[in-house]
Design a protein around this ligand. Structure first.
Ligand code: KG4
Ligand code: ZN
Length: 354
């Protein structure tokens, strides 16, 4: 169903006083977007003003739910999203001191992600849009990650070069203007986050793997157990060969793979992934100049990547890395992207046909 952006029930119809009566705080709350993120294992609801100011960003991680299975179980994830959304919605509205009447736009992640999980977010968003007579827009999760950077630096504007590194994607993206995204490089096989998760499992670290590998790597030396750095021509990535190299090294070490060897391997694996990501970023910067570079997505929380990318970009462009809580999945970034979707469109369609 299409919802008019400029019409009855559209933007600009803020209710009167705020629930606690502090109606002078703030005088002009801006255009409020209510965002929903349910694409994988985080349930999140947020309220963002004017696509830039986070008024609330409530995130529930399902890590405890999935830990015993060693990874995300899609059916459990979808059911948990559905059960938690009503309470998270209340928390997000309360946190923003907003009521449903204050909401100008609803933004939901429509993909990519786990189908059942996406369906929950889109269904709840559409239901609320109908019940409250609000416009709704569907957001591409990956472009949402880029908008997370805009929440951390309000003056950040396209054109920019983005490196979006998440559990399922490693994309180099040109963003010439709001709402336009051109993928100029991507992975041929595993994504960087997926590679970290699989390596963590091989190293006995369990789920969630990326943050655990990051912690273990801090006590390792990447030079003691060096691993190859993947390198395809052009702007393509590939991490599956590196994963196999780690597997063979662990097999060869056998019982000799003690705590220090595992930490050294974690550091070597991390270095190979990060240097490969940066090699292509470097090439993209050499091919065209960009005033802004954004590195975002869950893997952008990695300690070594954050340090190295700052060195690599140097003074060639301004670099923005979202703060850690905005790197991993959250609804504030979806609300921000939705805001910019909506100001460009006359009608919006959140259908799952991404
Ligand atoms: O963007 P995100 O939260 O969810 C997806 O859209 O996939 O990214 C999750 C990915 C996981 O693969 C996770 O292991 C990885 O980001 N990740 C990390 C770190 N924190 C999260 N990888 C390396 N180091 C980290 N500190
Ligand atoms: Zn994500």
């Amino acid at each position: 169903m299409d919802f008019p952006i400029n019409g009855e029930g559209g933007p600009g119809s803020h209710s009167g006083p705020r629930p606690d009566g502090e109606d002078q705080l703030p005088q002009t709350p801006g255009r409020l977007t209510l965002g929903f993120e349910t694409s994988c294992d985080e349930t999140s609801v947020a309220v963002v003003a004017d696509g830039r100011r986070v008024l609330s960003n409530v995130i529930h991680s399902q890590v405890d739910l999935h830990r015993e299975f060693g990874g995300v179980v899609p059916e459990l994830a979808a059911r948990d999203h559905l059960e938690r959304l009503p309470h998270l919605l209340d928390l997000a509205l309360d946190g923003a001191r907003a009521t449903p009447a204050d909401v100008d736009l609803i933004a939901v992640t429509r993909g990519p992600g786990l189908a059942g999980c996406l369906l929950v977010g889109v269904g709840v968003g559409e239901g609320l849009a109908n019940a409250w007579s609000k416009p709704i827009t569907g957001v591409n999760h990956l472009w949402g990650h880029i908008y997370a950077a805009m929440l951390s630096r309000p003056e950040l504007e396209p054109p920019l070069l983005g490196l979006v590194v998440s559990g399922a994607h490693s994309d180099l993206v040109r963003m010439p203007e709001h709402g336009r995204f051109e993928v100029i490089g991507r992975t041929r096989d595993d994504a960087a986050g997926e590679a970290f998760d699989k390596a963590a499992r091989m190293l006995g670290l369990g789920y969630p793997g990326g943050p655990a590998l990051d912690r273990l790597a801090r006590s390792g030396d990447p030079r003691r157990q060096p691993l190859p750095k993947p390198s395809l021509p052009g702007l393509e990535y590939s991490f599956s060969g590196l994963k196999t190299a780690l597997l063979y090294r662990l097999r060869a070490l056998g019982a000799a793979a003690g705590d220090q060897e595992r930490a050294d391997l974690a550091a070597a694996f991390e270095r190979s992934v990060v240097e490969s990501l940066l090699e292509k970023l470097d090439l993209a910067l050499a091919r065209s100049s960009y005033p802004e570079v954004v590195v975002c997505g869950g893997v952008a929380a990695n300690t070594f990547l954050r340090k190295r990318v700052a060195e690599l970009v140097g003074d060639r462009a301004r670099l923005t890395l979202p703060p850690l809580d905005l790197c991993t999945d959250n609804a504030a970034m979806i609300a921000a992207a939705g805001h910019y979707n909506a100001i460009r469109a006359t009608t919006v369609d959140p259908s799952l046909s991404w």
